[in-house]
Design a protein around this ligand. Structure first.
Ligand code: MLT
Ligand code: ZN
Length: 466
């Protein structure tokens, strides 16, 4: 009965949206029914590829009338299952909406369709001698609509903020199929509730982004990247403070020696230096002149004398900087074959040492048989805890085992006043833990907001909110 209803959905869409590109090919259902998470099997009824805003609107009207659940799909690089369709939903792919619509040099804004790849935005900005600063490892395939829907962060948040800080206008199709225009590229707009910010980070649960206007800024100053061998966690935070007070840091990342081992093996990288250490920092600072470089080297020497740093390397060219970044940016891809269970946690920067210390103890006692890797954006308080699946364990048993420890991890996070999702989103995988970061009253308020924009509960249902 259920299957019949679901196959009817596809026929209804084909009948009422005659021009819409619809695919029910097995390979397309498989590829477009999930993101980078490997904990659910994709099972959509169809994947649709709208080419225009009007097609998205018409589709949503039909879906609302017929109670058809829709799952938005961008570059599918998400890590919380926000784009998974595992229950016969219809996937709405933005792959055919990839146009750059407008560049305005006076306003310094770029208006794009949601399917434009993040790196294309960065490259377009740089051709105009401007800069779009949101950057992360998946930028070569992630799409701007997905970045906005998850408020993507990445490696330069401590200098430039999150995606939210760069969105000055949005067009949305809400759960009734109506078009909302939010903020229209204005710098100042004090005309009441700014809906734009509700849609940013809403994981497609309130409406679908069909157009975005992004703010661009001055191109960055030249920079230097350092990779440092660090003696421990307290030392790491001392180093952060030293460099952060002397220089303009654009990134401050960390990885453990175990993560270093995986990235080196996975990406076939040489040892970055002759010395090994329990932790490594990858930092980047603005370096407009020789004085800034000297200052960076003096900070490094001071840390060496203090004993917080054992060794280090500094880039002398853009190519060397890119090579050093690979030790940090390549980790996620290098560990993908080990089906990592990811917890993406954050606390205030000052709370990082105590939190990570407690968390590491907890991981050692609760996951004695699993390998736990740490890396992340320590300069903005965001830690990525990755538990690797033992080869002989099924994905189902592994997820269950990780799930048994999650309450302790999230309780500890709550004690340190942090968040259970810093930048990956809640999606499908973290939804049942939302109450560790948000009060019941807040969750009720979120439901109220969802009911306003998505009264038929068809926009990515079951994600973020249960
Ligand atoms: C990263 O920081 O590398 C990304 O958030 C991806 C990941 O956590 O694996
Ligand atoms: Zn990250």
């Amino acid at each position: 009965m259920k299957m019949k209803k679901k196959s009817r959905w596809v026929n209804v869409i084909k009948e009422h949206c005659p021009g819409l590109e619809v695919s029910s090919e097995a390979a397309v259902l498989e590829s477009h029914g999930c993101d980078w998470t490997r904990f659910r099997k994709p099972a959509p009824s169809a994947v649709v590829f709208p080419h225009t805003v009007e097609e998205v609107s018409q589709l949503v009207v039909v879906a609302a009338e017929n109670q058809i659940p829709l799952v938005p799909s961008g570059g599918r690089t998400g890590l919380s299952g926000g784009a998974i369709a595992d229950a016969g939903e219809v996937v709405v792919s933005f792959d055919r909406m990839r146009k750059i619509l407008d560049f305005n040099g006076v306003d310094r804004t770029l208006t794009v369709e949601p399917g434009v790849v993040t790196q294309v935005v960065q490259e377009y900005a740089s051709q105009q001698n401007l800069y779009y600063p949101v950057s992360f490892a998946a930028e070569g395939s992630s799409q701007i609509g997905g970045n906005i829907a998850t408020n993507a962060g990445g490696i330069r948040v401590l200098r430039y903020g999150l995606t939210r800080d760069w969105v000055v206008g949005l067009k949305i199709i809400d759960g009734r199929g109506e078009l909302l225009e939010c903020n229209g590229g204005l710098v100042k707009n004090a005309s009441g509730y700014d809906f734009r910010h509700l849609f940013i980070g809403s994981e497609g649960t309130l409406g679908f982004i069909v157009e975005a206007t992004l703010r661009l800024t001055d191109p960055p100053l030249p920079s230097r990247v350092m990779l440092l061998a660090v003696t421990g966690l307290e030392a790491m935070m001392d180093i952060f403070q030293q460099f952060n007070s002397a220089l303009i840091l654009t990134a401050f990342e960390f990885l453990t020696d175990a993560a270093m081992g995986y990235v080196r093996r996975g990406q076939d990288l040489p040892a970055p230096m002759g010395t090994e250490a329990p932790l490594y920092a990858v930092l980047e600072f603005e370096c407009a002149d020789a004085a800034s470089e000297d200052l960076g080297l003096r900070c490094f020497e001071h840390c060496l004398e203090q004993g917080s740093v054992l060794d280090g390397v500094i880039s002398q060219s853009e190519a060397q900087a890119a090579d050093l970044w690979r030790y940090r940016e390549g980790i996620s891809e290098a560990i993908t074959p080990f089906t990592p269970y990811k917890n993406d946690l954050s606390v205030r920067i000052s709370a990082v040492p105590a939190y990570l210390h407690d968390l590491d103890q907890l991981a050692k006692s609760q996951y004695p048989d699993f390998e736990v890797l740490w890396y992340g954006h320590i300069g903005d308080g965001n830690l990525h805890m990755n538990i690797l699946k033992p080869e002989n364990m099924t994905v189902e048993d592994f997820e269950e085992a990780c799930g048994r420890v999650n309450p302790a991890v999230f309780e500890l996070t709550r004690t340190h006043r942090g968040s259970i999702s810093a930048e990956h989103g809640i999606g499908l995988l973290k939804q049942r833990y939302l109450s560790y970061s948000r009060s019941e009253a807040d969750i009720e308020r979120m439901r109220g907001i969802k009911a306003v924009f998505d009264p038929f509960n068809i926009m990515n249902p079951g994600k973020l909110l249960s």
